[in-house]
Write a protein that binds this ligand. Structure first.
Ligand SMILES: Nc1nc2c(ncn2[C@@H]2O[C@H](COP(=O)(O)OP(=O)(O)OP(=O)(O)O)[C@@H](O)[C@H]2O)c(=O)[nH]1
Ligand SMILES: [Zn+2]
Length: 372
């Protein structure tokens, strides 16, 4: 890897095949209209470390820095792993619009219900699949999986659940049955990073041009799966027993890895907090059985708390839906409603400040004109 110079796809060498293997498509191609100089090269961000980016065009990988004007508003957009950029030699001059992004509220809320995240953290961009990885050890937790599914749906992305460490059980199927009660219509794969069992069907998510990302708790077994899928140890893995308290993540960077299957995989450090930032109908998608029953409640604005004629509460009484599941639904709804209120308040405040700045500028201009 080094600095390099070469004209882009339209120039000296057509590397469109390599680019499309990396997920380049007509959506990104269309963004070159009118802005592509022959000195600009499309490349994908494969690694980020502070203000230095590793980018690749599928043939070569090199380091680049961000052009100064991209660091600040209104042009500012900080590239994340998976982003497509235009680079002039080793300077990123444009970050292309994303097809999607996996985002969460930046950590620091320490699980306090009132301490909602103050800003967004984009984990990765331009994804086809998000693997929600859960170890079949003490990591197995239906409520946490529900939360991951809601987060992924809220970003408009496709979740696939990987239940790993299956080698720890003679029969892991009871876990699947339990999970099926909260993961309607989501593909579930029972796998083992240790002996490689169950991994073959995952190749389908990693074919050329496809990008998948892994999320899950620290110690769930993500990096072990990456290594097994890759065919050799490329990611560091760590012992679960050594993970006590903070600072115990083995994976600390988000790298986009070119897989032998032809596609790309992004490993992620374990998420300590699964804080929401977006709300794109994730609760509706993650709790379809509750949403479907809600249509039969007596009141159209039924909150399924204690209203008469509530079909959801009837299902709880009949044991068709578990109380924990409804509690989880209510909690996420409340959280998202509060988040949306806070985001709206913040947007109003920013708009007010912008108007104030504009009116001050007009006043100053008028004064200047009068004094002339
Ligand atoms: N028995 C068994 N142990 C596993 C398996 N996969 C991972 N482990 C063990 O679980 C521990 C954590 O695995 P990692 O792959 O490092 O976990 P991770 O999710 O990448 O953790 P972070 O990088 O901290 O996010 C290690 O001690 C692994 O050896 C598996 O399939 N079976
Ligand atoms: Zn109801």
């Amino acid at each position: 890897m080094g600095t390099r110079k070469r004209t882009c796809g339209t120039g000296e060498k057509d590397n469109s095949l390599h680019l499309s293997r990396m997920g380049w498509n007509s959506y990104f191609q269309a963004q070159l209209q009118g802005c592509c100089s022959d000195d600009f090269l499309p490349a994908r961000v494969v690694g980020v470390s502070k203000n230095s980016f590793r980018i690749s065009n599928g043939e070569e990988e090199w380091r680049a820095v961000l052009a100064g004007r991209l660091m600040h508003p209104p042009h500012g957009r900080y590239p994340v792993t998976g982003d497509w950029v235009l680079a002039a030699d080793s300077v990123i001059v444009k970050v292309l619009n994303r097809t999607n992004a996996l985002c969460r509220g930046a950590s620091g809320t320490h699980g306090k219900p009132d301490a909602l995240p103050k800003r967004e953290q984009v984990i990765a961009a331009n994804l086809d699949t998000v693997f929600v990885v859960c170890g079949l050890d003490r990591d197995f937790n239906l409520r946490r999986i529900e939360r991951y599914l809601t987060l992924v749906y809220n970003c408009g992305l496709n979740p696939v659940i990987l239940l790993t460490k299956a080698d720890l059980h003679r029969d892991p199927m009871p876990f699947v049955s339990e999970l099926e009660t909260v993961a309607f219509g989501v593909s579930i794969h029972v796998v083992s990073g240790l002996d490689g069992k169950g991994l073959l069907p995952l190749d389908g998510y990693l074919s050329p041009g496809q990008t998948a990302a892994m999320v899950g708790s620290s110690g769930a077994g993500k990096s072990t799966l990456v290594n097994r899928l890759y065919g050799k140890a490329i990611q560091a893995t760590g012992s679960v027993s050594l993970r006590i308290g903070k600072g115990t993540h083995t994976t600390t960077a988000r790298d986009l890895i070119m897989m032998p299957q032809g596609g790309m995989l992004i490993d992620n450090p374990g998420l300590r907090e699964i804080a929401f930032w977006n709300d794109d109908g994730g609760v509706r998608a993650a709790f379809p059985e509750i949403e479907n029953l809600a249509g039969a409640c007596r009141f159209s604005n039924c909150r399924h708390m204690h209203e008469p004629g509530c079909r959801v509460l009837q299902a709880i009484a009949a044991g068709e839906i578990l109380q924990d599941r409804l509690d989880s639904y209510h909690k996420m709804k409340r959280e998202l409603a509060y988040l949306s209120l806070r985001q709206q308040k913040r947007a109003d405040r920013v708009e007010k400040e912008q108007w104030k700045a504009v009116s001050l500028k007009i006043k100053a201009l008028k004064k200047e004109r009068r004094n002339r």
